[in-house]
Design a protein around this ligand. Structure first.
Ligand code: SAH
Length: 216
């Protein structure tokens, strides 16, 4: 178990990332500092310890592994890419062999994933290569758990808020980050390019609050 946000960031910075990022799958890893920032908040907010968590589009596992380090009961790692899942599994064993017993690996397209959990954490494709990929991830996340932490391009803020409201969720917290696009897809980028990315904490509204919201 890690005892500080900086300790978590250090552990996560040791993980291997995509070897040959697949452009069509938008394999942009979450930077360890950003992952630690969100996960540490989630831990403090009682969203992680003892919870069953799904890391949708887990890639090499930074979010789910961080959750296990913060005391998650179980993490289900889901990705369409078997190569990424292999690195994810190796990363987890490297960090802590015993934690590997609390992990499950599912090689599936997110649209075919059907499971119930306490929490979803996800940094999905931003939808630039696969149109609406981010929406398919949100749809699955909302079916899977009542609380979601989800990263999206900042420019989609209005869309995400509206989508959440239409589906009985509301954003309780919101962060913005300068997101480094280093390493991933590096073949055509020598400089570190940054884009603005938001992270939403979404929570399912209780049914009475839902009907109230609809009537407004
Ligand atoms: N969550 C990781 C990886 C983010 S990159 C991190 O934060 O570092 C997005 C991930 O989504 C990639 O690993 C990619 O393989 C996966 N992915 C893309 N489309 C998918 C789909 N339809 N179903 C499941 N996983 C998908």
């Amino acid at each position: 178990m890690v005892k500080s946000k900086s300790g978590l960031a250090i552990q996560l910075s040791k993980l291997r990332t995509f070897e040959k990022p697949k452009m069509e799958l938008e394999q942009y890893p979450t930077e360890s500092e950003i992952a630690a920032e969100i996960l540490w908040f989630a831990g403090m907010n009682s969203d992680i310890s003892g919870k069953v968590i799904v890391d949708l589009g887990c890639g090499t596992g930074v979010l789910g592994i961080g959750a296990l380090l913060l005391g998650a009961e179980k993490v289900v790692f889901v990705d369409i890419d078997a190569d990424a899942l292999k690195i994810c599994r190796e990363n987890l064993i490297l960090v802590d062999k015993e934690l590997a017993e609390k992990a499950e690996f599912v090689n599936k397209d997110v649209k075919d994933f059907d499971f119930k959990a306490d929490l979803v954490i996800q940094n999905p494709p931003f939808g630039t290569k696969q149109k609406h990929a981010d929406v398919i991830f949100l749809e699955t996340a909302m079916k899977t758990a009542p609380v979601i932490y989800s990263f999206h391009k900042l420019e989609t803020r209005q869309f995400i808020d509206d989508y959440a409201a239409r589906n009985g969720f509301k954003a309780t917290h919101f962060w913005t980050f300068d997101w480094p696009l280093k390493m991933a897809l590096a073949f055509h980028r020598k400089r570190i390019e940054r884009i603005k990315v938001g992270c939403w904490r979404l929570e399912r509204l209780k049914s009475d609050a839902r009907s109230l919201q609809k009537s407004i």
